[in-house]
Ligand binder design. Structure first.
Ligand SMILES: Cc1cc2nc3c(=O)[nH]c(=O)nc-3n(C[C@H](O)[C@H](O)[C@H](O)COP(=O)(O)OP(=O)(O)OC[C@H]3O[C@@H](n4cnc5c(N)ncnc54)[C@H](O)[C@@H]3O)c2cc1C
Length: 246
């Protein structure tokens, strides 16, 4: 997997701070302070003014489909209609690569060789790329260009840096995160998975045993258990006072 930063909004801290200042932020705060406050308190719409564009190579088609689920982004994927895929490279899951079960690794490799041969044969028989491509596997390497604003990137990192994300997706998110952190440390140092960012993990009972924060972060369920009864009574009281709605 290769991830490169193609573009980033320059002077993004000033841009976001200037946008916030139109609503009267006290003048003694500089751009860095304003943006850090906006990030930590989740007043995130102003962060939409900063964009990153990434060039992502050597990822699987399966991963590119997961990436496309992030709708608040601009996506461009390599075309299997217009590009030749003869002799394609492919993703090998790390666990399979390191697998003690040699047979499993062999089955996987054979499937890739077979798909490669079938694709090449269909092309030799004069079958168009757009038809031959249906024998290509999800592991096929593809190239992807994605542009996301910082608000959407924060949402992406919160979901995809979690250990519940697929290993290939998490590997991609880590690489994108390092690029973002280097560019805007004041913003991204406050961000990691949802648990770290929010201070409480919403994964609840499905939080996996290999979560590195398991012993130091409470789940949403555990936290709600403490205050929910009392909070429910407050909400009921507020609703009771709203007498004009029947
Ligand atoms: C561990 C994990 C497992 C997953 N498993 C599956 C799965 O089994 N099947 C599957 O289909 N997907 C799965 N997903 C993908 C997931 O459901 C989301 O589609 C994906 O993570 C994109 O998140 P998003 O909607 O927050 O991002 P974006 O699409 O970028 O949206 C960003 C935010 O904009 C808002 N938004 C966007 N569109 C709408 C809308 N139409 N209406 C209201 N608000 C909107 C929401 O607040 C959203 O959080 C999984 C994701 C993770 C992290």
């Amino acid at each position: 997997m290769k991830v490169k930063r193609l573009r980033v909004t320059k002077d993004g801290l000033d841009l976001v701070a200037d946008a916030a200042r139109i609503s009267g932020v006290p003048t003694m705060h500089d751009s860095r302070e304003i943006v850090e406050f906006i990030t930590f308190n989740d007043y995130s719409s102003a962060l939409e003014h900063i964009y990153f564009t990434f060039d992502i190579a050597e990822i699987s088609v399966a991963l590119s489909r997961e990436l496309l689920e992030h709708r608040i982004a601009s996506h461009t994927a390599r075309s299997t209609r217009y590009m030749e895929e003869k002799g394609f490279d492919y993703y090998i899951p790390e666990k399979l690569e390191r697998s003690a079960k040699e047979e499993a690794a062999e089955v996987y490799r054979d499937a890739m060789i077979s798909a490669n041969e079938s694709y090449a044969k269909l092309r030799e028989l004069g079958i168009a790329r757009e038809e031959a491509r249906y024998v290509l596997p999800m592991a096929l390497h593809t190239r992807y260009v994605v542009t996301m604003n910082v608000r959407s990137l924060i949402n992406f990192f919160m979901l995809r840096l979690c250990v519940r994300a697929s290993p290939e997706m998490r590997a991609l998110a880590m690489r994108m995160y390092k690029i973002c952190l280097a560019e805007y440390p004041g913003i991204f140092s406050k961000i990691w998975c949802r648990g770290y960012t929010l201070g409480v993990c919403p994964e609840n009972e499905v939080r996996p045993s290999d979560c590195p924060f398991k012993n130091i972060l409470v789940t949403k369920q555990e936290l709600k258990y403490v205050f929910e009864g009392q909070a429910k009574r407050i909400i009921e009281k507020e609703l009771e006072q709203l007498t004009e709605v029947v």
